[in-house]
Design a protein around this ligand. Structure first.
Ligand code: MOS
Length: 732
């Protein structure tokens, strides 16, 4: 099905199941521990042996010699796989060549060996016996120092409109501020894990991966085998946040290990290895310049961002939202990419906007303060309904102003003291802060197969993944709505590369695109049912297990009495995404307390108002947003990979040293969804929320801290040491 004209009325609009707050259909399996994650699939390979990954202990250079004799001779060891004996490896589309290093070392903890043994403990003990002689080379580990040599990336050239420099110079009120955000790690609960088994020349991988078809292709390209010889199966995933978008070392090394020992091999990346071995969100240095008229109208806005990556890498697109969030005739956005020899930078939840909003939305707060205009009002004043770089291109739907106003009212924003450091409650300075939320809405081709059996069970199969987001449930809701059956008549099977290729879980496109693919397949199945029942397919309606056309009513189960009916289709998106700018919008409001004596920061209340098209399942969507808000608190206050700038690695590479919020850090959170549909986005009229929720929340927190104590920290995370010297003086 091609989607290239705005959606009109369709069966989803009935909203008898879609749009209702619905418990996860996979919930009981998960809460009772019966949903098997990759490393726990004892059933598929009961004779599996264990792989333990050895990571490089230099960041750049080469291996002079690697001695595996002692490891090979250790009890239980079956093989030691290294670049010397792994055979020739090709290159997938996503940097898979780096997944097994040697002799060249490109980053710290790059995998250089896999020790395979009968038990995990034997593999781990033997891994400690691998001796490596390195020749260390000079590396670049400091973004601030690499900044001058940074270049304009080919992938993301400078953009703009009008004449920024002249308009900025002439502006009545100007702001020029620089913000920095640190390297961050996905830190998902489930480590990257895979079980690999060969059957002749066929490879099966039970793994944990967001994008099944990307990784199937990359595995085939890396091993130099045909794509149809590779199968991936990833039905349950314990979080990804972008860290499992691509094939990682666990999968490749499990495949190589299994080939070497001719038995299934299971590999989980050890937690202390994950932070340097896999990808991370790159640090940024961001300069914002805003020039306004005295009345608060933005005349000129420029956002420049510097980030680094390994040679051949890509920038963190932190300027993205600044191109589209606010009006202003004169503007520019520029990215500069430095070459660094730290581990690979790549996508982490809302790549681009998440760090970009941390800068833009504090700059907006600073500008509002300079102008003496309320921060909500300042944003309302500068709303735009068209792409400011290309005014002929409207937004498909944009209700930012309504999000801001709804949030201000529900949060009690009018109680905020405009001047900072005015409100004390005992030892706590109290502050309120807000920020807009913005995240692009991407759409992706997505396919599904749907079957109807004689009992009336509808089975959906697609390689779509559920990374903890609720894909199973919204797909079941979609199929139930389309086929007119209750939710418990639908079976959803996900994550298997034998199923039709889907959009996968990434960039918050999964919910809208994958359900649209199911919509397309169900549309075909409805036609097949109608034909089988001799009904007019264009007139048939499906409700309560009954197919109706004209004055005829036939039970749906009749259609499959003699033989199961099946249909497969995919949704393909035309040029609506070019004709309209598509995005999701919101507003974040935060109340903090800052301890007057210690500068300890406590979050007291949070509210997010989101406008993200039709909300397919308000329960799982809310859960996505509160999770993202929590992650935003981490970004503002805690998360930071500390770099050893001499040796070139992330020092705090485990969950003890890399801090994320815990329950005790997070107060009551409220989420409001505006009631809307976006007919430009897909037949589902939905968008994504999983990334929108993190965009802006950290800035709202930073702005609340400023409102509480009058201190602007422009260097994230905002830890108390950065506040304490500037705290307001207090009497006894
Ligand atoms: Mo997302 S960072 O594309 O999983």
């Amino acid at each position: 099905m091609k989607f290239d004209t705005p959606a009109t009325t369709n069966p989803i609009d009935r909203l008898t199941i879609v749009g209702k707050p619905t418990d996860r259909i996979d919930g009981p399996l998960k809460t009772t521990g019966r949903a098997p994650y990759a490393y726990e699939r004892h059933d598929v390979a009961p004779d599996a042996v264990y792989g333990y990954v050895v990571g490089a202990t230099i960041a750049k250079g080469r291996i002079r010699a690697i001695d595996t004799h002692a490891a090979r001779a250790a009890p239980g060891v079956l093989a030691v796989v290294t670049a010397d004996n792994a055979g020739r490896l090709g290159k997938g589309k996503h940097n898979t060549a780096r997944l097994l290093g040697g002799p060249q070392i490109e980053h710290y903890h790059q995998a250089i060996a896999l020790v395979v043994a009968e038990t995990f403990e034997q593999a781990r003990a033997a891994a400690a016996l691998v001796r490596v002689d390195y020749e260390r080379a000079h590396g670049r580990y400091d973004l601030a120092r690499g900044r001058d040599a940074a270049v304009e990336p080919k992938s993301d050239p400078d953009t703009g409109a009008g004449d920024f420099d002249a308009a900025y110079a002439a502006a009545a009120v100007r702001l020029d501020a620089t913000y920095t955000t640190p390297d961050q790690s996905h830190a998902m609960m489930e480590p990257h894990a895979s079980i690999a088994a060969w059957n002749g020349d066929r490879l099966t991988l039970w793994t944990s991966n967001q994008m099944i078809h990307w990784s199937k292709r990359d595995m085939a390209m890396t091993l130099g085998i045909a794509e149809d010889k590779v199968r991936l199966d990833s039905p349950y995933i314990g979080g990804g946040f972008g860290g499992k978008l691509f094939l990682r070392a666990d999968a490749l090394l499990a495949a190589l290990g299994a080939r070497a020992v001719r038995r299934p091999v299971k590999v989980a990346l050890q937690r202390p290895l994950i932070f340097n071995n896999t990808t991370h969100r790159p640090a940024t240095i961001q300069r914002l310049r805003i020039g306004c008229r005295q009345d608060g109208t933005i005349e000129a806005i420029a956002h420049e961002s510097w980030s680094g990556d390994l040679p051949g890498g890509s920038p963190e697109v932190a300027t993205q939202q600044s191109r589209w969030l606010y009006a202003g005739a004169h503007r520019k956005a520029a990215l500069r990419l430095a070459t660094l020899d730290l581990p690979e930078g790549n996508a982490m939840r809302a790549p681009g906007e998440a760090p970009g909003m941390l800068a833009l939305e504090v700059a907006m707060d600073e500008m509002a303060e300079k102008l003496g205009i309320d921060p909500v009002q300042f944003r309302v004043l500068n709303d735009t309904q068209v792409d400011p770089e290309q005014p002929e291109r409207p937004f498909s739907q944009r209700r930012l102003v309504e999000c801001l106003r709804t949030g201000a009212e529900r949060f009690g924003w009018q109680r905020r003291a405009a001047r900072p450091a005015q409100v004390r409650e005992g030892r706590w300075w109290i502050g309120l802060g807000m920020a807009a939320a913005y995240r692009n809405n991407l759409v992706m081709t997505s396919g599904a197969r749907v079957r109807l059996d004689r009992r009336g069970i509808v089975t959906v199969e697609t390689d779509m993944t559920d990374i903890g987001t609720g894909s199973y449930t919204i797909i079941a809701q979609t199929a139930a709505e389309m086929m007119g059956v209750p939710l418990d008549r639908v079976v959803v099977r996900l994550g298997d590369s034998n199923f039709p290729v889907s959009a996968g879980s990434g960039g918050q496109w999964g919910a809208n695109s994958a359900t649209a693919g199911v919509y397309a397949a169900c549309t075909k199945l409805r036609e097949a049912v109608a034909r089988r029942l001799d009904l007019d397919p264009t007139a048939a309606t499906f409700e309560d297990g009954i197919v109706r056309a004209g004055d005829r009513r036939i039970a749906l189960t009749e259609a499959a009495q003699d033989a199961e009916l099946a249909a497969e289709d995919h949704i393909e998106f035309g040029d609506l995404a070019e004709r309209y700018r598509q995005a999701t919008f919101g507003a974040h409001f935060v109340e903090v307390g800052v301890d007057a004596w210690t500068a300890e920061i406590r979050v007291r209340r949070m509210l997010a108002v989101c406008a993200a098209g039709r909300i397919l399942n308000p329960k799982s969507a809310r859960s996505q947003v509160i999770g993202a808000m929590t992650m935003g608190v981490g970004a503002a206050l805690m998360e930071e990979l500390a770099i050893d700038r001499r040796l070139g690695f992330f020092v705090n590479h485990d969950l003890a040293g890399y801090e994320v919020p815990v329950h005790a850090d997070i107060p009551h959170q409220e989420v409001v969804f505006l009631d809307e549909t976006d007919p430009i986005s897909s037949p589902m009229k939905a968008k994504g929320v999983g990334e929108l929720g993190i965009c802006g929340v950290g800035a709202a927190l930073a702005n609340a801290i400023h409102n509480a104590v009058g201190v602007r920290v422009r260097d994230y995370p905002i830890t108390l040491d950065k506040l304490i010297a500037q705290m307001p003086r207090i009497g006894k």
